[in-house]
Design a protein around this ligand. Structure first.
Ligand SMILES: [Zn+2]
Length: 276
């Protein structure tokens, strides 16, 4: 393997040795030239955890950290991102009131914030349902998101959000209220029109144009690592593969690669991105 001359960072990936390919998927990323990953906690139900209170999420987060250690052994740099998937609200509301679901989810985020404060994770994750919900669920989800933003402000960390398609411009004011710089609110599966920080799926066609404009963005695979949903998203190699393809075809430069995969990542997450 020829080691890359620049870092290649996947801003949002899941690795699941229980339900997916696990470390083999991480090795695929490494062999394709990848160097750094933001390893995002999976929804509680995918690990068969059914939280009744916020601290029940510790099992989900401990599993993410266990996987982070395993992946680190392959030679990748792993930054854990912990939080509560916004779709949990619908699952929880099947067995408790909406108000109780909000309490559980906010408690889960409190638990995640403790890991960030201890330096065991670099960022939080929250959002609101990406599918149609009634106005009560929408309001409840915004309350959870506001809490996540408040915690990100308190921890001085970035927040990844998973939310509906579109710019999500209203989250700018929510971030301001919480004291979180808007460029540290990362819109996972984002698009260029968002005023938040866009994390673009690796194959996004706007990447060459945005790179030419020196627009700040990061790249992600959103690889789910679930054998039951093999075609759900693009594979674990997609960020290094698309980066190299764009570089080789002259659509982006090496300087762009450093900006996308190191400088921007450092600014958004407050980490230091170096090659081993
Ligand atoms: Zn994800």
């Amino acid at each position: 393997m020829i080691s890359p001359r620049f870092p290649i960072t996947d801003d949002h990936i899941h690795i699941d040795p229980v339900n997916g390919r696990g470390i083999e998927a991480a090795k695929d990323f490494l062999r394709a030239g990848g160097t750094h990953i933001f390893l995002v906690s999976k929804p509680s139900w995918s690990l068969d955890v059914h939280p009744a209170c916020g601290s029940d999420y510790a099992r989900v987060f401990d599993e993410t950290l266990r996987v982070a250690d395993l992946v680190t052994e392959t030679g990748l740099i792993v930054y854990p991102v912990l939080g509560v998937h916004p779709a949990e609200i619908s699952r929880l509301a099947e067995r408790m009131s909406l108000a109780e679901a909000v309490t559980v989810m906010q408690g889960g985020l409190d638990c995640a914030a403790r890991y960030v404060k201890e330096g065991r994770a670099v960022a939080l994750k929250s959002g609101r349902p990406h599918y149609e919900v009634d106005e009560n669920v929408a309001a409840a989800s915004n309350a959870v998101l506001a809490h996540a933003l408040a915690l990100a402000g308190e921890c001085r960390c970035a927040l990844q959000i998973h939310s509906e398609t579109g710019p999500c411009a209203d989250i700018v004011d929510m971030a301001r209220t919480a004291g979180v710089p808007v460029d540290r609110v990362v819109k996972h599966y984002g698009s260029p029109e968002t005023p938040l920080h866009p994390s673009l799926i690796a194959k996004h066609e706007a990447i060459p144009a945005l790179a030419r404009e020196h627009r700040a963005f990061t790249m992600e695979s959103d690889f789910m690592d679930e054998n039951s949903r093999p075609g759900a998203v693009i594979g674990p190699k997609s960020v290094p593969r698309f980066t190299k393809k764009l570089l080789e075809s002259g659509q982006i430069t090496t300087e762009d690669c450093f900006r996308i995969h190191a400088e921007t990542v450092e600014r958004v997450y407050g980490v230091t991105v170096t090659l081993l």
